[in-house]
Design a protein around this ligand. Structure first.
Ligand SMILES: O=C(CO)[C@H](O)[C@H](O)COP(=O)(O)O
Ligand SMILES: [Co+2]
Length: 256
């Protein structure tokens, strides 16, 4: 299962709608995932929380390994863990496709203040530990994504953009589904889209039919939605609405 290639030049990458299985019925996970694929999902978003980097505990590589036996879908794994370098081999062996880690965690575990200081001090070259983690993810056969919490400045991503496959801009504080979308995070998406037309930019947290327009217009092409999809009477209609908003915004941007 491959990611659609990052287009050369100024074209925006394809739209990817990624239901977050955090909002699914874990006891029926394989069926829930198949239902999402049948309804038009492009990816399945898998939220891994360790009860340490974030105050919640979800699932790990064994669940991904089991799920992989039931689906060929692109598994977009979001690691909200204190030690992201520790789990690369396990998730690669389990069949994860995208391994997206928190920049803060790669810099200084769960000490976000120390992480921000270290990332600032590293300057344009970036932190060697972050570069090494990206390389190890790709060497393990996965795509590498980096995500930032709402309080982390987007500029701190710049040293790593050339090497990575995706940026994930968190639009809620990581840790729980069902939170409210944070509109100010769209400044980060606009900043990245204006500089990197072909970059995969994902947004995660509070995305729904009433918030998608802001994310689409800012330039996000990959959309995570948990409660809005799984909680809907017609999840397929929500997936279509999200897709149409992103596709329309991309068409409008291309025409400018
Ligand atoms: O990473 C996450 C939380 O940390 C989830 O992916 C996100 O919250 C999705 O849930 P919802 O769409 O309900 O906000
Ligand atoms: Co997530």
């Amino acid at each position: 299962m491959a990611l659609a290639p990052r287009p050369a030049g100024r074209d925006r990458p394809p739209t990817a709608i990624a239901p977050s299985i955090l909002s699914s019925d874990f006891a029926r996970l394989a069926e829930e995932c198949q239902r999402m694929v049948d309804l038009g999902a492009d990816w399945l978003h898998v939220d891994v929380m360790d009860g340490h980097f974030v105050p919640n505990l979800t699932l790990g590589a064994p669940i991904v390994k089991s799920l992989r036996k039931h689906t060929a879908a692109f598994l977009d794994v979001h690691l909200m863990v204190t030690h992201p370098a520790q789990w690369v081999k396990e998730f690669a062996a389990a069949g994860a496709n995208m391994y997206t880690f928190h920049l803060e965690a790669a810099a200084a575990g769960d000490d976000t203040a120390a992480a921000l200081a270290a990332l600032q001090a590293a300057g344009d070259a970036g932190l060697p530990a972050v570069h090494e983690l990206v390389a190890s993810i790709q060497a393990a056969g996965m795509l590498a994504g980096i995500t930032i919490k709402p309080g982390t400045p987007v500029e701190l991503l710049l040293p790593y953009i050339a090497a990575i496959d995706m940026v994930l801009i968190m639009t809620v504080e990581p840790g729980f589904g069902g939170q409210s979308f944070m509109p100010p995070m769209m400044d980060k998406v606009r900043f990245l889209r204006s500089r990197f037309p072909d970059l995969y930019i994902e947004v995660d947290g509070g995305l729904a039919p009433d918030t998608i327009q802001a994310a689409a217009e800012a330039g996000a092409n990959a959309i995570v939605a948990g409660s809005a999809i799984f909680g809907a009477a017609d999840p397929g209609a929500v997936i279509r609405q999200l897709r149409e908003a992103v596709d329309s915004a991309a068409t409008a941007a291309a025409a400018q």
